[in-house]
Design a protein around this ligand. Structure first.
Ligand code: ADE
Length: 273
């Protein structure tokens, strides 16, 4: 029977779940970073070690673990393609979702579940949103810009908009920008993508955030995106040229930003929103 006590318990359970980050000590952060080149400077900087056998056989994903500020850090990269025989990084939503799902499941099975998914990587920025090359964004939400399903209900499902952890205070403290990140499986874009990016007020364009946030939401783990701009989507230069030109400086910038964000979220005084 529903007693006053049950209501009280439910009330406090709701309170705890809505204030997670402020009230709890984060002991384990999962950091999915799709490309090796994006992850390497950060992995080296923290002295994280490759964990053999972390993922099931036949999967290309790699996990690096260590401690930072008394917090366990697991960086996951999506590894290199062996299926198509290209040897390139497994970019895009399919591998990002699967790698993140397996890493979260493994962290649960190990009895030390990750309490925050901090997805780091590069993104396209928008001059119409005041973005510039090298800007660091903490994301406020995610959506897809290439899932067009013009059937009532499925249209909303396709866009897959999720509000994520509110990083406003953290961004102000650390001097970073905030904005919505929209995701698609192409580095370039077509007019329809741009319509969806505008409708969703995108400040960042990437190839995995919305799928990783979907997996995090499934596990009831908060998602935070940390994205560095390598190219300007609505600028004059071809995306691929700008991206390749700026990839390494962006990875360095991630190496600088990620420990600061990590220290902020693991700070026991809990200044996050
Ligand atoms: N990663 C870096 N720049 C990007 C862009 N313009 N689109 C998608 N992913 C990106």
């Amino acid at each position: 029977p529903f007693t006053a006590c049950t209501f009280l318990l439910l009330f406090f359970a709701a309170l705890v779940s809505s204030t997670k980050l402020e009230s709890m000590t984060i002991q384990h952060v999962l950091v999915p970073i799709v490309m090796e080149a994006e992850a390497k400077p950060f992995v080296d900087h923290l002295g994280l070690e490759l964990v053999e056998g972390f993922f099931p056989p036949h999967t290309p994903f790699l996990a690096y673990q260590g401690e930072h500020h008394n917090c366990k850090v697991t960086v996951v990269t999506m590894g290199k393609d062996t299926v198509y025989g290209t040897g390139m990084d497994n970019v895009g939503t399919t591998s990002a979702a699967l790698g993140t799902f397996l890493a979260l499941s493994r962290s649960e099975a190990d009895g030390n579940p990750a309490q925050l998914v901090m997805n780091a990587g590069t993104c396209g920025g928008f001059q119409r949103q005041g973005g510039g090359i090298g800007d660091v964004y903490l994301t406020t939400g995610v959506a897809h810009h290439d899932r067009r399903i013009p059937i009532p209900g499925f249209d909303v499902y396709g866009i897959g908009k999720l509000e994520t952890l509110n990083p406003t205070t953290m961004a102000k403290t650390l001097g970073y920008k905030t904005g919505i990140c929209t995701t698609g499986n192409s580095l370039d874009w077509v007019e329809k993508d741009d319509e969806f990016m505008k409708d969703n007020n995108a400040s960042c364009k990437d190839m995995e955030a919305a799928s990783i946030a979907w997996i995090a939401k499934m596990h009831d783990v908060p998602y935070l995106g940390v994205k560095v701009v390598t190219d300007i989507v609505d600028g004059p230069h071809p995306t691929q040229d700008e991206f390749l030109e700026n990839l390494h400086s962006a990875a360095k910038s991630l190496q600088d930003a990620l420990p600061k964000v990590l220290e902020y979220v693991t700070d026991k005084t809990g200044q996050s929103d």
